[in-house]
Every structure is written in C-alpha cells, then in structure tokens.
Design a binder for this molecule. Structure first.
Ligand SMILES: Cc1cc2nc3c(=O)[nH]c(=O)nc-3n(C[C@H](O)[C@H](O)[C@H](O)COP(=O)(O)O)c2cc1C
Length: 329
C-alpha cells in the first residue's frame, strides 16, 4: 500500500507473522528503470516471503523490472491492474489495463519469460459501470493463457472517473460472489480474494471459497491481529505471545535504525496500532505521536509511553476494584 507498506512496516509485520506473504507498495517501471533502484528495491532479509508489486504496461519494461526484482531477491513479482488513480491512468497502467487484457497478457508473458520467480497479478472485478461477470472472467482467462497462475482479486469495480482512490476502496460495492465464481470456473488457478475483510472469522469463511485472502487496511491498522495467523491459517507456531514481547523486539529494530542515522518516527509510525483495543492504548500512541518532532532519545519516549499505558490500565483496575459489589437483592 502506497506510503504505508515500506520496508520498516513489513519488518514490523514479520515480527507478528512469519508465514503470511507480504507485498511492497506499487513501484512503477519508470521509477525503477530511470530512478534510484536501491531506494525502491532494497529490503530487509527478514521480510521473506515478499513480493514486489509493479505498475506499468510496456512488456519490455515489465520484463526488465521483473528481472530486477529477481536479482534483488524478491520471491514474487506482482502486476498492478487495480489502482484507479488519475496519475496512474495518465501513465496508462493500473486498473485501466483491465480494458486491455491482451496487453496485460503480453506483459505477463514477457515477465514470465524473463524470470523464474512467480509472476502474479492484482486486479479488480471490473472497471467503471461494467457489472458483467464475463468481463472479469474473460480478463482472467486471457491473462491465464499467458501463463499467470495467481490472481489477487479486489472484489469491487474501479470507477475510473470522478472519485478518488480512497473512495474507490469504499464506494464500489463488494461482490465476493464473483471472485468465488472465478475459483469455480478456473479451479486450477490460485484465486486470492481482497477487499473489506476484517476478522479472522471472515478470512476463514472466504477460505471455504478461494485459495487465499489478502488483507490490507485492517492488517495495517490492527497489526496485533496478525499475531495469531500463523497458527490459525498455516498450522505453524505463532512467532510471539505478547504485545510486550513484540514491542521489545520492534524497539530493537527501531533503535538500530536510529543508530544508522534515521529518525525513529520513520519506522515507529507503522507500529502505532500495536496496543489498539487495550487499556491505555490511546495514551501510548499519543506519546509516540507527540514526540516525533521532539528530540528525546528512543528509550526515553518508550519509557514514557509504557508508563502512560500502564498508568491508565492501573487506574481502570483501581476504579473497578472500588466499584461496590452488586447487591444480591
Ligand atoms: C493507503 C493505501 C495505499 C494502497 N496502495 C496500493 C498499492 O500500491 N497497490 C495495490 O495493489 N493496492 C493498494 N491499495 C489497495 C489495497 O491493497 C487493497 O486492495 C484495498 O485497500 C482493499 O483491501 P482492504 O479492504 O483489505 O484494505 C492501497 C490501499 C491503501 C489504503
């Protein structure tokens, strides 16, 4: 997710789940071919398995960038056919590519010929007001013929005119049944559903119909939810038992960032949801936010934030202890 899932964010998420596949934000072929490659491509080895998502449409450029992804050590390269932003449309890629399935298929083939890591796609169920299932079915069929085997489907249309990318993640209705139908029509393909999935129960329900679920905003805002996913969905031990433990490990990473000259706020911002739902979480978060432009050392801010959080918890417990016992009669 653009501006959200940078290398720090993904490193944080890895402390909570080892098995879930992580994706970079979309990086355009132009930025990779003409820009600062290390800035866009460097990542932390701890992030594996991690996929690089590309935005672009020229098969030769996509192939060159897929090669870069492979050389840099990514586990997968994913093509974005779901982003509705006007800037992306001016570049003739993202969701508007769904209107040109053959061009997408050519891009896929070029990438597949260039690399041996999996090449996958993320797309919508339609563009503008096209509600027909045939549209996405034919799109998937054409791209699958080029050798793509994994389709991550954001289960709403992209409305390409008049609404913002943010509204495009809320307003077009979710139609999970179309994604389920894709799985029925293409049983040999890996179909991953995305869009609006929040709870573990919803993930489990979707897994009855499709092969995988991609979770975006919920995972970012409520990261602790991921701490149960390795056991719930992969049959593996979870990497951490407590928020305290995850926080301590994360602060070790943030501290190393500070030692190499980066402000702690750059990485810490991704963890501000860690204590959500717990007593004192708001105070904890507030202390970190309030101190981002001040110059207190990391350890001192961490101590203040923890003291504030524990203080709120303690006063709630004290208040509960003072409550008179309910009368029996
Ligand atoms: C801030 C933000 C940036 C996003 N950037 C990307 C992106 O770079 N590539 C992409 O495929 N989807 C991007 N998305 C869309 C999400 O990946 C996802 O498809 C969408 O939010 C619906 O899933 P969710 O309801 O689980 O969040 C972005 C979403 C947000 C909120």
């Amino acid at each position: 997710m653009l501006d959200w899932t940078d290398t720090h964010c993904r490193t944080f998420h890895r402390l909570l789940t080892q098995q879930t596949r992580l994706y970079t934000e979309m990086v355009t072929t132009g930025a990779l071919l003409h820009g600062d490659q290390p800035r866009h491509l460097d990542f932390n080895r701890a992030e594996h398995p991690v996929a690089l998502q590309l935005g672009g449409s020229e098969p030769a450029d996509l192939a060159a960038c897929a090669k870069l992804a492979e050389q840099w050590g990514y586990d997968e390269v994913n093509l974005n056919c779901g982003c509705p932003s006007e800037r992306v449309q001016r570049g003739a890629f993202g969701a508007c590519l769904m209107a040109e399935p053959q061009l997408v298929a050519d891009g896929m083939k070029a990438m597949k010929d260039a690399v041996s890591i999996p090449v996958t796609i993320k797309h919508r169920i339609g563009i503008d007001r096209t509600e027909r299932y045939d549209f996405v079915r034919d799109f998937v069929g054409t791209v699958a013929e080029a050798g793509c085997e994994v389709f991550i489907v954001h289960a709403r249309n992209a409305w390409l005119q008049g609404i913002s990318p943010k509204e495009n993640r809320e307003l077009p209705p979710l139609r999970y049944e179309l994604v389920h139908q894709l799985k029925r029509d293409f049983p040999a393909l890996t179909i991953v559903l995305n869009g609006g999935v929040k709870t573990d129960a919803q993930i489990a329900e979707q897994l009855l119909h499709v092969d995988g679920v991609m979770v975006g905003r919920q995972a970012y805002h409520e990261p602790w939810q991921m701490a149960g996913w390795d056991s719930a969905f992969f049959g593996q031990a979870d990497p951490t038992d407590s928020r305290e433990e995850a926080e301590a490990a994360w602060l070790g990473y943030v501290d190393a960032q500070v030692a190499s000259g980066r402000p702690w706020s750059q990485s810490m911002r991704h963890a501000l949801g860690l204590w959500n739902g717990q007593p004192g979480s708001r105070r904890w978060r507030q202390i970190w936010s309030d101190h981002q432009f001040k110059h207190l050392p990391l350890a001192e801010v961490a101590a203040l934030a923890t003291a504030a959080r524990v203080g709120v918890r303690q006063s709630l417990e004290d208040a509960a202890a003072r409550e008179p016992a309910p009368a029996l009669f």
